[in-house]
Structure formats: C-alpha cells, structure tokens
Design a binder for this molecule. Sequence first.
Ligand SMILES: Nc1ncnc2c1ncn2[C@@H]1O[C@H](COP(=O)(O)OP(=O)(O)OP(=O)(O)O)[C@@H](O)[C@H]1O
Length: 114
Amino acid sequence: MYVTLRNFAEDVFQDTKPLVRSVMDGYNVCIFAYGQTGSGKTYTMSGPGGESTKEFGINQLALNDLFLLSDERKDIMSYKIHVQMVEIYNEQIRDLLADDPLLTKYPFVVISVV
Ligand SMILES: Nc1ncnc2c1ncn2[C@@H]1O[C@H](COP(=O)(O)OP(=O)(O)OP(=O)(O)O)[C@@H](O)[C@H]1O
C-alpha cells in the first residue's frame, strides 16, 4: 500500500531536511535509498516526473532547498553546488547522470586490509 505522493515526499523530505541543510555548513551527507525491487526507491527520490513541485521527489526538493539557502546566504557565503547520482546494483556502481552509456560503470575497487 502506498500513501499519497504529496504527503509522502513532503514527509520524507521533512525528515531529511536538517541533514541536507548541514551540507551547507561543511558536513558530508549521503541520502541512501535502500529496499527490495519495486519498493519505491526511484519514485521516492525522483518523483513521478511532473513539472509541479507536488510531483517533486527528494532530489528536487533537496536541491530546491539548497539553492534557497544559498540565496539566503549570498551576502556572506558563496557556494558551488555539484551533483552526483550513482546506483549500486548487482555489485556494479553506475553513474546515473553520465551522457555516454559506456562511461556509466565505475570500476569496483576491492581494498584488502592486511
Ligand atoms: N509512493 C508511491 N505512490 C505511487 N506509486 C508508487 C509509489 N512508490 C512507488 N510507486 C510505483 O511503484 C512502482 C515501483 O517503484 P520504483 O520503480 O520506484 O521502485 P524501485 O525500488 O526503484 O525498484 P527497482 O529496485 O526495481 O529499481 C513504480 O511503478 C512506481 O510508480
């Protein structure tokens, strides 16, 4: 059973908002969507793909908030915002924003500690 998107995305975002905002204070933050196939990871993070803010997923809501914060602080701080989206699936790491499909796979590096 799914709850409606409006409540769902907003609720999840309200929970993650303080963490997302802490990036602007110099902390490292990772939002990690984990769950079985079909459980709604893509839907939660990207939304259903519409133009309205009600159809935004966590990605768009978070970026909106970061740009808002950046604008509020523009007189005291200058931010450069870079975005990276990767998927870990079947022990493969994929760059979800790469233009060239041949370059989407990251090499999987195994580090052994002796
Ligand atoms: N909150 C929701 N409201 C309505 N539909 C939803 C919701 N969450 C997921 N769905 C629908 O359920 C289906 C599966 O969701 P989704 O593709 O996001 O799953 P996933 O966890 O990313 O799956 P996979 O791991 O296989 O990529 C999609 O058709 C999606 O539109």
